[in-house]
Design a protein around this ligand. Structure first.
Ligand code: TXA
Ligand code: MG
Length: 308
């Protein structure tokens, strides 16, 4: 159910959960200062309790309300990328953040969205927790209709139309004396070079005994349909294939276009993953012959997760 800005603010202020647009994907928002509302977020999403939530702030300076000190380079990152699709994990004063929101960790993840509606809401409500507005394991929602698919037609959604980026924020953490990417996202690794002086490593969960990003442990972004990833397309291939607009596929293939540029593919990816289920497609091939750089890295990671 589409609701107005004032209704979204009213519901959040009275401890309800509301879906809100951001420039990346829709978020399932609850007031940070309402443990009951945070419980509802976990229940609604069927989210494992050990998977912490991102805290959305109205502006970068608000992070100082929750920390004793910030890691070196934090201000450079915040100045360059906030408001925008970057999430930064920092050590926090744990007494100031509900245990459940941070899943008992001593760190928390923060983001400042550039979406005018998200900004307008948070300026009135104060900090919100906001995981992606999808059932755990499903593709994120990039338009109000996706939120309604997962949570029902009467679930309140602040309508911002389709999301601009279409993929979640990039998550950084400062560890072992440098910044590392713990979730690939809308900002490519290369984009950090001019700000940090280096391209942050992408930390894989397998390297660490304690996962740096708990959410990366779970199956994700997955349609009900089975996806088979192909790095080379056989000329006699038959079936549905998720492919790129400028390419020619074998005559036996029914092509579902993902777009052509990485930005266009990012914007349409979750919509396409949801669409194939709505179309009743039970198996699809995916053309994975894409560059190992830039935003393509995030697209490749999401496709691998969606097919696992
Ligand atoms: O673009 C986005 O980031 C969207 C919009 C709505 O903000 N949100 C989003 O939230 O993708 P969610 O909950 O789907 O993913 C948040 C990820 C999870 O993988 C979680 O494990 C990780 O952030 N995370 C949260 N707090 C963390 C922490 N303290 N340390 C490490 N990872 C953390
Ligand atoms: Mg998510």
């Amino acid at each position: 159910m589409l609701i107005s800005l004032s209704e979204a603010i009213r519901l959040l202020s009275s401890g309800e959960v509301v879906a809100i647009p951001t420039e990346t994907v829709y978020g399932l928002a609850a007031a940070l200062n309402s443990p009951q509302a945070i419980d509802k977020v976990f229940d609604l999403k069927k989210r494992p309790q050990n998977n912490p939530l991102i805290i959305h702030l109205a502006n970068a300076s608000k992070i100082r309300d929750f920390v004793s000190a910030l890691p070196p380079g934090f201000d450079l990152l915040a100045d360059a990328f906030w408001p925008g699709p970057l999430t930064i994990v920092v050590p926090v004063r744990t007494e100031l953040i509900p245990e459940k929101a941070r899943a008992h960790l001593t760190t928390a993840a923060f983001r400042v969205s550039s979406h005018p509606l998200a900004k307008a809401v948070i300026e009135k409500t104060g900090p919100l927790v906001m995981p992606s507005a999808n059932l755990s394991g499903r593709p994120s929602s990039t338009s109000p209709i996706h939120v309604e698919e997962d949570f029902g037609p009467s679930f309140p959604v602040l309508n911002g139309g389709p999301c601009d980026k279409g993929l979640e924020s990039t998550i950084l953490i400062f560890t072992d004396n440098h910044w590392q990417i713990i979730r690939l996202g809308s900002i490519s690794p290369e984009e950090f070079k001019s700000v940090l002086g280096y391209i942050p490593d992408v930390a894989t969960t397998a390297e660490h005994k304690v996962p740096l990003c708990p959410g990366q442990l779970y199956r994700h972004y997955a349609p009900k349909a089975k996806l088979t990833l192909l790095s080379m397309i056989p000329s006699d291939l038959k079936g549905v294939i998720l492919g790129y607009t400028s390419r020619i596929y074998p005559p036996g293939c029914q092509v579902v276009p993902l777009g052509n540029t990485p930005a266009a593919v990012a914007e349409s990816l979750y919509h396409v993953l949801r669409l194939i289920d709505l179309e009743g497609i039970t198996h699809a091939y995916v053309d994975l012959d894409i560059p190992q750089e830039g935003l393509w890295l995030t697209i490749m990671e999401r496709l691998k997760k969606a097919s696992s």
